[in-house]
Write a protein that binds this ligand. Structure first.
Ligand code: MTE
Length: 334
């Protein structure tokens, strides 16, 4: 189904995704609902209904805290058709559970997501550990419909539920010396068979500059499609940074550390010439082994034969985030 392009690199999808007429009709219905001004929660409900037609895996279900209202953050909605739930929850990158796209949905079933704590530490005035239930109540949940562009050249449109990472950052009060945020994800050999492979140095670590972490679009997500995050999508909480390649959005977070130095991130350590610290979506800067000018939208009619879309600068979020990189040479800071 997928072809490995390098021993330590990402994979390129070669499978065909053919979407049924029913899905097409549903999309049209969604567009009509959007035109009628349907609210975020009902959009999510619609997306769920569509997916229920052909469930791929057992769904974790609803959680009261996740009945998020539609977000008012600029850029947090798109009129594009949602990716179907069964694609978003069955075509995953979560190498701790295997490197094949279908493996996380199967292998992550046994991930224990309760109890769960997230340690927030480093250069902050008020370091503390948050229990997952406290995090669920920390700020009002919102639904945000974001494009997700993977560095491998495919994309999805996913309705996430969560709140800005900035709300959590405010609680711990970063010191003036804090310039970066390191995001560490779970590495549990008991529940994660992928850790037996040395494809990456575990744990999977990601990082952002503090101003990127504080940007309102940077989302701490607890749910998607109005439901609890499936384990394979990063339960019980993950990051979503929509203007960066998907690998910057670490799943199943356990630690957030504020530092004065650029964090060493998992993919950057594995292949520094291929995966930069910034990894902003940029159609003008090719990956050394493939172009980033276009992308394949997962689930789109025609599968691999479908016309590829043009990739947008900063994944289409340039009006919101472009100023963060003013004056930077983005081919150097890729
Ligand atoms: N987080 C962890 N912990 N491990 C991973 O392998 N893969 C990343 C990112 N977060 C990954 C991760 C990559 S490459 C992508 S494209 C997105 O998760 C995919 O998210 P999705 O499976 O929810 O679409």
């Amino acid at each position: 189904m997928i072809v490995r392009t390098a021993a330590s690199g990402f994979t390129h999808p070669t499978s065909s995704d053919i979407t049924s007429q029913a899905a097409y009709q549903s999309r049209r219905e969604w567009m009509q609902r959007l035109a009628l001004g349907a609210g975020g929660a009902s959009l999510a409900a619609w997306a769920g209904g569509d997916a229920l037609a052909q469930p791929a895996t057992a769904r974790p279900g609803k959680l009261a805290a996740l009945s998020g209202a539609r977000s008012s953050v600029a850029g947090a909605a798109t009129p594009e058709a949602l990716t179907r739930y069964e694609h978003a929850s069955a075509y995953n990158n979560f190498y701790e559970f295997g490197t094949d796209k279908a493996e996380p949905a199967v292998n992550a079933k046994s991930l224990p997501t309760r109890p769960w704590t997230v340690a927030v530490e480093g250069l902050v005035s008020k370091p503390r550990s948050f229990d997952i239930d406290a995090l669920l109540k920390l700020s009002a949940m919102e639904e945000r419909i974001y494009r997700l562009r993977c560095v491998e050249g495919w994309s999805m449109v996913i309705p996430w539920v969560g709140y800005s990472l900035a709300a959590l950052i405010k609680q711990v009060q970063p010191l003036g010396s804090a310039k970066y945020v390191e995001l560490v994800t779970l590495a549990d050999p008991k529940s994660m068979p992928g850790l037996r492979s040395n494809v990456l140095d575990w744990p999977y670590v990601e990082g952002l500059r503090l101003d990127e972490a504080l940007h309102p679009l940077t989302l701490l997500a607890f749910g998607m499609y109005g439901e609890v995050l499936p384990n394979q999508n990063g339960a019980p909480l993950r990051l979503v940074v929509p203007w960066k390649y998907g690998f910057k959005s670490g799943k199943s977070l356990v630690k957030i550390r504020f530092t004065d130095k650029e964090p060493r991130t998992a993919w950057n350590v594995a292949a520094p010439q291929e995966y930069g610290f910034y990894s902003n979506v940029n159609p003008g800067v090719a990956h050394p082994r493939w172009s980033q000018a276009t992308e394949r939208r997962i689930g789109e009619e025609g599968g691999l034969l479908a016309k590829r879309r043009k990739t947008l600068m900063f994944n289409g979020y340039e009006p919101q985030v472009g100023q963060l990189y003013a004056g930077m040479d983005l081919s150097k800071f890729f």
